[in-house]
Write a protein that binds this ligand. Structure first.
Ligand code: SAM
Length: 204
């Protein structure tokens, strides 16, 4: 029987997807300024999930510098879709807007400077895909709102579910009959942190 490769971290690091100069600059900035971004593995995964699900309306909670939104919005080119992304930090939002311009994706992204938890109570759109990347203790509180703003059969992706503060969310989504979910704990080069959990869930 075959054995697992020697030094899996080094081995899989060679398969990190190629990305644009802008995305690599944002990774460098994230490292330098301790901005927690998803990195190229989760970025590419989001792109693939958005493409295969044909998502047209995507909601992101937690924009930061716009790194993850760029992957999501790139996938929207195929569907003529739109990403609505929510960020409460005005300085961060300003950076993100500039990055969307540089990426040429400004028409695919609507950035709202707001508290995502507040915005969830008043959204009037039903989304195909939601990517959640805000404070981990808010994940469980956000979950009931997705009954209203994620379509049935829509996909929820929650980052950083390896954090202790995501425990309530992890337990809630695993036992609720209106979700079918899986949590992966993975090695994710350039993700903050590099070992972390990711939850994928379908709203039934
Ligand atoms: C982990 S970072 C997002 C990283 C981004 N998704 C990426 O990978 O490029 C979390 C961001 O969410 C923002 N945030 C946290 N809680 C929020 C809330 N309740 N409403 C809006 N933004 C929030 C923070 O200001 C921060 O910029």
């Amino acid at each position: 029987m075959s054995a697992i490769v020697d030094n899996p971290e080094a081995y899989f690091s060679q398969f990190v997807p190629e990305r644009s100069a802008l995305l690599m600059e944002l990774e460098e900035e994230a490292r330098r300024d301790a901005i927690p971004i998803i990195g190229p593995i989760v970025g590419e995964l989001l792109y693939i999930l958005a493409r295969i699900s044909g998502a047209k309306r995507i909601l992101e909670l937690g924009t930061a510098t716009g790194y993850s939104a760029i992957f999501l919005a790139s996938a929207c080119d195929a569907t003529d879709g739109l990403v609505v992304t929510l960020e409460q930090d005005a300085a961060m939002a300003e950076k993100a807007l500039k990055n969307f311009q540089v990426a040429g994706l400004q028409k695919r992204i609507e950035l709202r400077v707001c508290d995502a938890m507040q915005e969830l109570t008043q959204l009037d759109t039903v989304f195909d895909l939601i990517f959640m990347d805000i404070e981990k203790q808010d994940y469980q509180l956000a979950l009931p709102h997705f009954q209203n703003c994620l379509r049935q059969g829509g996909l929820l992706v929650a980052d950083n579910v390896g954090f202790k503060d995501a425990d309530g969310f992890n337990r809630a989504i695993a036992r609720q009959p209106d979700w079918r979910s899986v949590s992966l704990f993975s090695y994710l080069p350039y993700h903050s942190p590099e070992y972390d959990g990711l939850c994928l869930a379908i709203r039934l």
